[in-house]
Ligand binder design. Structure first.
Ligand code: NAD
Ligand code: DAU
Length: 354
């Protein structure tokens, strides 16, 4: 029988963190789960609907840079497992304002590691510090390059990916130097429910639903390797339970798609599923816009290690996952409409209106 864990989930009110908490509470209902989230523009307590009433769940609003708060949570909640999702996560925002990325992604991860280092002696042998990272740390691939493996050299190109790379290096060093049981995962692009409107897939879904242009950067030929968020959660589950301390695992869906093809797929699903679209066929809204500065051309993950060593494979195809995701945005207008706030409109103008 598995031991009953006590988790601290940072960034648990964001996109992947909240999906992970829903997944975990359903799969391990006896585990104790504490979510620590600063509720930045990307954090949303409504992502945790249905969880806050549980007896073994606690939500704490706070910053991962607040060392005293983390020390007290680790101790008072008897945490043995940290699942660290909290981050500034959007590349375009990192280009507009990199400072918050350095602060949260590097300084915040450092504060968590230091707190966990002090706390670890009390965890007996069950401690795990899972650092959820990204494939963007490996840089950009040419069309025929092999996919990223765990030994691909780091070559981050944006302030976002550089700050994530910095945090990965700290996590690695804390295992090497202090023997902390840290594990790093580097995952490809996720999609699914509760993803903030600024990211490609929700942005296209929402803009289609309100009849706004679908802005494709550059020539639309950039490639991303898409993974349904539920599959990311099941990968993190096997890593937490069976991953080896000090190791890195790449996670990906083996689903490389060009941006323009993905947007076309979303348009077709919208035409089929949304009877009241303001503009149809939806593809009439596709507009090529100026490229993202330093835009990485292609990402692709080689997930052989997690498959062979831990037995994980993704279960949702892109066709299936995209259909579910489009349907979710279609039926959750009450979730996304309030997020199109004044702050979001200001951000949108900065990126899309030059
Ligand atoms: P997100 O932006 O949706 O959520 C981030 C969450 O972190 C938000 O709830 C926010 O309020 C919280 N947060 C931000 N700064 C904080 C701070 N200082 N203290 C406490 N909480 C803070 O991000 P996401 O897409 O869910 O990504 C989660 C993690 O997964 C990130 O570390 C990201 O780098 C990584 N990742 C994301 C993807 C992807 O496709 N979205 C892919 C691979 C890895
Ligand atoms: O690869 C993992 C990473 O995926 C994560 O680490 C990041 O947190 C996450 O934001 C994501 O980064 P991307 O930059 O790849 O995702 P985004 O959704 O912003 O963009 C996906 C692709 O679509 C990218 O090539 C840029 C393009 N794009 C994006 C937007 C928002 C457009 O063409 N138009 C757009 O309006």
């Amino acid at each position: 029988m598995r031991e009953s864990r006590r988790l601290l989930v940072t960034g648990g009110a964001g996109f992947i963190g909240s999906n992970f908490v829903h997944y975990w509470c359903q799969r391990y209902p006896d585990n104790w789960v504490v979510v620590l989230d600063a509720l930045t523009y990307a954090g949303n307590r409504r992502n945790l609907v249905g969880l806050e009433e549980r007896e073994n769940f606690r939500f704490v609003q706070g910053d991962i840079c607040d060392r005293a708060l983390i020390d007290s949570l680790l101790q008072s909640e008897h945490i043995d497992t940290v699942a660290h999702f909290a981050a500034e996560s959007h590349v375009d925002r990192s280009i507009l304002g990199p400072e918050a990325f350095v602060q949260t992604n590097i300084v915040g991860t450092f504060a968590l590691l230091e707190a966990f280092r002090q706390h670890y002696e009390t965890c007996n042998s069950s401690g795990v510090f899972l650092h959820v990272s990204t494939d963007e740390v490996y840089g950009s691939l040419a069309p025929n390059d092999p996919a990223f493996t765990e030994t691909t050299p780091y070559a981050p190109n944006s302030p976002y990916s550089a700050s994530k790379a910095g945090s990965d290096h700290l996590v690695r060093a804390y295992h090497h130097t202090y023997k902390l049981p840290t594990i790093i995962t580097n995952c490809s692009n996720n999609y699914g429910s509760y993803q903030f409107p600024e990211k490609l897939i929700p942005l296209m879904c929402i803009n289609a639903l309100i009849g706004k242009q679908l802005p494709v950067y550059g020539d639309g030929q950039n490639v991303r390797d898409w993974l349904y968020v539920g599959d990311h959660c099941s990968a993190l589950d096997v890593v937490i339970h069976n991953g080896a301390p000090g190791e890195t695992y790449n996670i990906g869906g083996n689903n490389e798609v060009k941006n323009i093809d993905l947007v076309q797929m979303i348009c077709q699903l919208m035409d089929e599923l949304a009877p009241d679209l303001p503009v149809r066929p939806c593809e009439k809204l596709i507009t090529f816009v100026k490229d993202r500065p330093g835009h990485d051309r292609r990402y692709a993950i080689d997930a052989t290690k997690i498959k062979t060593e831990l037995g994980w494979t993704p279960s949702v195809t892109i066709a299936e996952g995209l259909r579910k995701t489009v349907a979710w945005y279609l039926t959750h207008r009450d979730w996304w409409e309030p997020l199109l706030s004044e702050e979001y409109q200001t951000y949108y103008r900065q990126v899309y209106v030059s």
